[in-house]
Design a protein around this ligand. Sequence first.
Ligand SMILES: Cc1cc2nc3c(=O)[nH]c(=O)nc-3n(C[C@H](O)[C@H](O)[C@H](O)COP(=O)(O)OP(=O)(O)OC[C@H]3O[C@@H](n4cnc5c(N)ncnc54)[C@H](O)[C@@H]3O)c2cc1C
Ligand code: SF4
Length: 634
Amino acid sequence: MTDPDPLADPLTGPLPAVPVTFRQPGPPQPGQPGQPYPGYPQPGPPQQGPPPQGHWYPVPVHPQQPVPMPAPHIPAQHVPAQPAPAQQYLVHQHQGQLPVPQRRPAVPVEHRPAPVPTDSFEPVHPVLVSEAEPVRVSVDNNRCHIYGICQQEAPEVFRISEGGSLHYTRSVPAEFAAQARQAVRCCPMQAIAIRGGDAPGGGSAVGRGAARPLRSGTAARSSRRRIVVAGGGLAGLSAATRLRDRGFDGELVLVGEESRRPYSRPPLSKQYLAGVLDDEDLTFRADETLDAHWLLDTRLIGLDVERRTLELRGGERLPYDGLVLATGVDAKRLPEAPVFSDRVRTIRTVADAEAVRRAMHAARAHHVVILGGGFVGCELACTAREHGMDVTLVVHSAPLLRRVLGKQIGTVVGDIQRRAGVDVRLGTEITDWQDHGDVLRLRLDDGSVLDCDFVVLGLGSEPRTEWLRGSGLDVSDGVLCDPTCHAVDQWGRAHPNIVAAGDVARWPNARFDSQPRRVEHLIHAVEMGQHAADSLLRGPDRAARFTPVPRFWSEQHGTRIQAVGSPALGKEVEVVEGSLRSERFVARYTRATDYGPQTVAVVAFDMPLELLAYRDEIGRTRPHTRTPNRRRRR
Ligand SMILES: Cc1cc2nc3c(=O)[nH]c(=O)nc-3n(C[C@H](O)[C@H](O)[C@H](O)COP(=O)(O)OP(=O)(O)OC[C@H]3O[C@@H](n4cnc5c(N)ncnc54)[C@H](O)[C@@H]3O)c2cc1C
Ligand code: SF4
């Protein structure tokens, strides 16, 4: 009896053989590393030879001894007799003298942002794996914070009433079960539970079989493939779950630096800091059923794309057939801030948030300074103020959230913060830091001095790509990807067996233009993880472009902010419902394109239902209205 095709797509029928296995080397094929992605720099000299022949390394399970890597064997037909300049590279590589390219090729014109014609993109909602059985849904009211995300993901199941309470269908028919499950993944409070149903990956959603043991040694020579997910966060979890849902039954290995399984980060600056949730409440429930091998507390320090091997801290090596890069970002730090002071904090992990929580609850703490006027800074200000602290928000630009929401709407957020008692200092910077032991003294560039108990930096993020330097991938600001989420190298070549997802990935969203950008939101991590997994299984030729409508939310002193699209791309803002004065409104963000005005985002303050009506507009262009012909006929 033969095994069923592990990559058969339940939605669209069998997929071609997974493009991640190159164990039988032959002459380079189109679609293998080296295939250029149109719109990116044209490929330079071939950087990679074919993979080592017949080598298959046992999986080192931490803390096993390092596995020595055999020298790569490059078949003779790939070593040119008369090396031309472009081919010399390969010969050097064979001799172990890997030349580092000095300059990247010039970026061609197509790489620059260009308008995209109307409707040249996928539907607003991601394609979910359909389910055959009804499911039962329940919501934990103690956790639910009425963010309304579930309503956006599964409007047939969840509904927020005019009065602001959540209503939902307990028995969900099979046709809406996949939507309901997506709402579970996207609920930041992990408030929704699902029972029953037939999870597409095989096995019931609750309590799939125990994880298959990871094969190693001789067993690893079986024909099964191994996909490694680098980064144990939400995007990695989402990709892994999707691989199983799509029927991938090879080995799945998740490598994460933190010692715990993926958890929801949004509550770190809100409910976790306030003490409403503790760390167990944050863990995503989806992974309870995931048939995968977890290498936690394990840091990745290198990637060899030629040998398809990851290097772990301690020197161990982990080979892969397919790779999902999902190592997220870290909080930005200030070089001039006292690095080792307990009084200067950032917030990215549970451990960071725990430290800030302890500082906030310390008996004598009464004043916190928050640096940075983005969402994390503003939310921290809300939580600290609710906790009864004096809060000073120091922001070098003006107004708050300007980069994300623009000037007009950012001003409204500033008003909300000031009314709640936050001391907002805009357009200013800290010029001097002095740790006096019992107090931290800060001098601002306007001459004022602030004495505080501690400072939290909310200055944005830096992609976690330090471990990918030297891999040949383009990691200039996150992992550069083509529109299908395949990673692109410094020579503009898309790698068919490497995809990236989540905060770390930078890719062009054709819904808006061809400029690659990173997006750092929870729902995005879920959707990009899913899409990247699909793309890995399908390969670059059959993969679809990833064209989501970004969606995010925030809460500022009780005002719920919801956004769909990319407000930062908007050039004009128009209030289409409510009014700025009442702080209850829907604002539409548009910009001009060659095809007509395009709606790039809609933002709602305390109007979740009204927002839904505008969502499908995002990315569409409206034709230009004709300018009247003023020339008179003679
Ligand atoms: C305080 C805070 C509040 C937020 N609030 C909101 C919000 O209100 N709304 C919203 O939409 N989004 C919010 N976000 C953003 C959201 O949480 C992220 O977009 C999401 O977590 C991204 O998931 P990810 O998997 O891409 O990255 P991550 O969650 O960062 O996961 C990446 C993982 O990879 C690991 N890793 C990194 N490097 C290595 C390595 N070399 N080896 C091994 N492992 C490695 C990291 O330790 C981490 O566990 C917030 C984030 C924070 C920090
Ligand atoms: S998404 Fe929001 S409204 Fe829905 S269950 Fe979760 S917290 Fe509640």
